[in-house]
Design a protein. Sequence first.
Length: 315
Amino acid sequence: MVSKAVIIREKVKAVDATIKKMLSEETVLAAMPEHMDATRLRRVLRSVFQENPRLLEANRGSLLSAVMTCAELGLEPGKLGQAYLVPYGGKVMFIPGYKGLISLARNSGLVTSLYANPVYNNDDFACVYGTDGTEGLRHAPNFDDRGSLRLFYAVAHFTGGGSVYEVMTLEDVEKVRDGSDGYKAFKAGKIKDNPWNSSFVQMGRKTLIRRLSNYLPQEVQRAVVYDNAADQGEYYNDATIEGEAEVVEDDQSDDQSDDQADDQTDDQLGPEAEKPAEKKKPAAKKKKTHSNHDNPPEPEEPPPASDGDGLGFGD
């Protein structure tokens, strides 16, 4: 009898062959940022699929579209916290992480720094708005005794000079949380956990960066659109894959070179079996969209956190 692990590896093998073909298309390679390597992305994806086999049971077109979005934005899915692939409602949703939004801003070359922090009652914090030259923020944390959480702020500095910032009270952030479909599902006992419950501070940080998104590069605005849709429990895709999905066969020589590369990068995967071919999916068309809603997204079941920032669906 074939074990469950072998079945999963067979499915990973088949999907990987299709992704390899898709990522080799000239139009796809041209859309990928310089720092994104297609071979490494495939290895990362194989690891993600093995950790969450439910992705392989979802609609194949939505899975390939989510992979295409990762490639176009230059974000690696998984535990590093840049982005997550989450099965939801029979489809795969691409969700940018807190770290991913910061990476998109910095990689654009238009932003020198972007950060968000919580402020506690015993911290020394001042926010001044005006036109007399005194406008700005000042935050001196009291690390000996922070007190209770009070508010959040985010700041972006631009390469051409100048900066923008946003401030939200704890009550404002809690309103965002309470409007999240994922958090509502958690409160109703429909899911085991939710990032708003397990990692509230990081969720607050991401919320503030989202508030800044109208001032940030288009790559960040595009990623925020995915957050907005997921927050409402809706599927969104702007990386359209035309045609029917086809799983193509991968030859053994390519498998051997991939396994060697996996060993060199510590992406340890088990032996992969072959699977018969399905149908092929050509390259994606890219559409530009913008949005600046405040509410961050939530998952059907949130993926594991990584170093406090990799919150996954809606971190």
